[in-house]
Design a protein around this ligand. Structure first.
Ligand code: FNR
Length: 369
């Protein structure tokens, strides 16, 4: 269909389910084990309601904000996803870079350590000087590999390092495992594709992740770079407090899109619990809180921002948009979200991102649990 006929992110998801190879769709869409955390990430947003303010002058809406010291035109970002070429075999992450920088609204892009393009290719593909790119890092058991990667990121002009800490081992994605068995047992029906070997590659790469990683290692890595360090995959307030203690620039409240520990809590609920504690201890300006998982609507983003998040990440939706339409799909997804945010801010009675506050939310649906 014409790109213009798509109206929200679910349209990309549906289309991707129809056009992606079985392997790519399974790898992108699945969660771990019973996929409860995956479903709950999104469902938890449905338990939070708005308390709009009326008769506010909302003629002009400004969606811009600041993340890690840099101006950005939207309060959300593309989160890191491995193997973008599974869905967009020619251009992969390069098309995400283009889509993030070619439109009116520039969206930050977090590039996966397991990207299918080189870091240099993805950086050089970015069309605008004003677009932010960050690097996501899995710490390698061989520390010098990770340190060299940090140096490369600095040299290439990336603006932050996100260290993923929720994956000491790969979550059990049973749909991936099942598909691998059916394809192994049925060589005629499923051709041995590049895609399959890429998935194999992702598993092999994962074995390089360091299961022995601790807070001390993050402190050490932090001393090796001048870039801000953000810890991705934090899932409780106690660990947010530890991140403050070691002087991290931020954390991402995330359960990896429900792909790691099943029954890990929805990040939006962790955020609702965390911010009041940080405020009470006057620590809320000590680090920036990011969040991802299950975000599909402008209203989801606004709820997270009301609760104090600085930036809101989306993974799968951008993979789907990029797989279906390449760079233009990515730009369209950014426009859809921005438009939804503008509409909803107007209806909520706020003109700018810094006016978003917890008082605009009814949290009784989650506090009573
Ligand atoms: C991911 N995610 C991820 N995270 C990370 O730090 N490094 C990575 O390489 C990947 N790879 C990856 C692949 C795929 C296919 C998915 C779906 C996710 C997790 C990602 O950054 C983010 O936390 C979640 O995707 C957010 O959830 P939603 O938006 O997909 O619901």
């Amino acid at each position: 269909p014409e790109l213009d006929s798509l109206i929200n992110l679910y349209d990309f998801e549906y289309l991707a389910s129809q056009i992606l190879t079985k392997q790519a769709w399974t790898y992108y869409s699945s969660g771990s084990e019973d996929e409860f955390a995956h479903r709950e990430n999104h469902a938890a947003y449905h338990r939070i309601f708005f308390k709009p303010r009326v008769l506010v002058n909302v003629g002009e809406i400004d969606t811009s904000t600041v993340m890690l010291g840099h101006d950005v035109s939207v309060p959300f970002y593309v989160s890191a996803t491995a193997l973008v070429k599974l869905g967009n075999p020619e251009e992969g992450e390069k098309d995400i870079a283009r889509g993030c920088g070619q439109g009116e609204f520039k969206c930050p892009q977090m590039i996966s350590n397991f990207a299918s393009c080189t870091l240099k290719e993805t950086v050089e593909a970015a069309p605008s000087k004003d677009q932010l790119q960050w690097l996501q890092v899995y710490v390698n058991t061989n520390k010098s590999i990770t340190e060299n990667l940090l140096k490369e990121a600095e040299k290439l002009g990336l603006k932050a390092i996100f260290i993923t800490v929720d994956a000491p081992c790969l979550g059990r994605r049973e749909k991936d495992i099942k598909l691998k068995f059916t394809s192994d047992n049925n060589p005629q029906s499923i051709k041995k594709t590049k895609l399959e070997s890429s998935i194999g590659a992702s598993r092999a790469l994962s074995s390089f992740q360091d299961a022995a990683l601790t807070w001390d290692d993050v402190v050490e890595l932090k001393s090796k770079t001048n870039l801000p360090i953000v810890i991705k995959g934090v899932q409780c307030v106690e660990d947010v407090l530890k991140a403050v203690e070691i002087g991290a620039s931020g954390v991402v409240l995330s359960n990896h899109g429900g792909r790691q520990l099943d029954f890990s809590r929805a990040p939006i609920e962790v955020l609702a619990e965390t911010m009041p504690i940080l405020k009470e201890r006057h620590l809320d300006d000590k680090l920036e809180i990011f969040i991802d998982g299950g975000v599909r609507r402008g209203t989801d983003i606004l709820k997270a921002l009301c609760l104090g998040a600085k930036g809101v990440g989306l993974g799968r939706p951008f993979l789907y948009a990029n797989s279906c339409y390449g760079r233009d799909g990515v730009e369209k997804a950014i426009d859809m979200l921005t438009e939804e945010i503008q509409y909803s801010m107007r209806l909520l009675g706020v003109k700018s991102i810094n006016e978003l506050r917890p008082e605009l939310l009814d949290l009784s649906g989650i506090k009573n649990r």
